[in-house]
Design a protein around this ligand. Sequence first.
Ligand SMILES: [Zn+2]
Length: 113
Amino acid sequence: MACDFTALANLDTTDPEQATALLQQCTATLTDPTLWIWGLVLTFLCALVGAWIGKYKNAVVRDAVLGAALGPIGWIVSLLLPKRTVSKNCPACAKPVEARDAHCRHCGAKLGA
Ligand SMILES: [Zn+2]
């Protein structure tokens, strides 16, 4: 018995043995390592494409996370988001900050005018 909708539709509800067998088959399908390896590989590839988009938007980590979490939808969101403008470094921690930021997003130091 395969774990699919046909098996579920043809399930004899008066036979608990058959329902248990179908449940075990579906559990085995969901815990198959091949499925999880493919899921991880696809998530990694989506993050890689997101990071590639983020390279042109000055937001590699943001767009990699968007790509990993949302896949192709995250790529579209990344493409629609405005390009980050990094123009100076924080005087306290020396990490890059945007010109319009009032506070450093890394250490929280107030960025003066
Ligand atoms: Zn800082």
